[in-house]
Design a protein around this ligand. Structure first.
Ligand code: PYC
Length: 311
């Protein structure tokens, strides 16, 4: 019997499961190397934590690891139903809410190390969390991808802690009633990206697809984000919003300091703002998370589904 202590939360509807104890020991050194070790030696732990029957395909996990720089509150490696993430915006908001719930941090700014860089997260007195993300950039503007069943689709390729293809004029209206059609379209885009073997400027796979359209109420835009494991983000997606802000800035549609309210497909809003940089922007995303459970998971060696269902 192996026991794992976790705190679950959701950020604008998107779930996060933070592993407080019972996770694999990944040793020391850069977080990118520790992420590779996680993938190589402990991938069954990832599957056990986030997939059914203990989790759900949409859940993002976060394994806490000792930071390289002791002034950081923690390091974290985010993972999902199929693999590992660079950064995760909604997950970082969930992480801060979870650590505050566990009495491990209080209001104010905190440094968090991720495999793609250190981010700063500030817990505000009203419970909202602002995440100053890694530097984000628009790598390609207006590139055209041929998508089976849809024809040529124009989009921008941008980094916000993960790689995104941002569709410029989606053929499907971005409204909740269209989630099924948005899934079909973005999965076709994802397949086209994979078969074209397009990558970001660091060779990383462009594995997230984001479409945007007009929003309701006080937001500037509403999005729908398809994640690599074929699930859609219930929140406006922190790294997706960062990539979008980088693309807007590159197109001259967003000034440093100007507030952008990004709505997700379920209606939740992240507020974003950027600082200008030579090759991109540093985005800060603000949102809220709520703790939904603190529990101990049991991984029983006799259980045929100890590590989730066979693929
Ligand atoms: O909020 O950055 C995010 C995220 C990435 C994948 C799911 N959520």
């Amino acid at each position: 019997m192996h026991r794992v202590r976790v705190i679950d939360s959701h950020t604008e509807g998107e779930p996060t499961r933070i592993v407080l104890s019972g996770g694999p020991d990944l040793g020391t050194g850069p977080l990118l190397a520790r992420r590779d070790r996680f993938r190589r030696d402990f991938d069954s732990f990832r599957r056990a934590l986030v997939n059914e029957p203990r989790g759900s395909e949409v859940m993002v996990g976060g394994l806490l690891v000792p930071p390289v720089d002791p002034s950081a509150v923690t390091g974290v490696i985010f993972f999902n139903n199929v693999g590992y993430l660079g950064m995760c915006g909604h997950g970082t908001i969930g992480l801060i809410a979870s650590l505050a719930h566990a009495g491990r941090l209080s209001t104010g700014p905190h440094q968090i190390e991720t495999p793609v860089g250190t981010v700063r997260a500030e817990l505000h007195t009203d419970g909202a969390v602002s995440v100053r993300n890694v530097e984000s950039r628009c790598y390609q503007k207006g590139v055209v991808l041929t998508v089976a069943g849809y024809g040529p689709v124009s989009g921008d390729v941008a980094w916000g802690g993960n790689w995104f293809f941002l569709v410029n004029e989606p053929p499907v209206q971005v409204i909740r009633e269209n989630i099924g059609r948005l899934m079909d379209f973005t999965k076709a885009v994802q397949a086209a990206l994979a078969s074209a073997a397009w990558t970001g400027d660091d060779g990383g796979a462009i594995d997230h697809v984001e479409v945007s359209g007009p929003a309701e109420g006080p937001a500037d835009s509403r999005n729908f984000v398809l994640c690599p494991g074929g699930m859609y983000d219930r929140s406006p997606c922190g790294t997706g919003t960062s990539a979008k802000l980088a693309a807007l800035h590159a197109r001259g549609r967003l000034r440093p300091g100007q507030i952008w309210r990004q709505q997700g497909i379920l209606g939740g809003i992240f507020e974003g703002v950027v600082e200008g940089r030579r090759d991109g922007v540093v985005p800060t995303i603000t949102g809220r998370a709520f703790v939904t459970a603190e529990s101990e998971l049991i991984l029983d060696d006799r259980d045929p589904y100890r590590n989730g269902f066979p693929l």
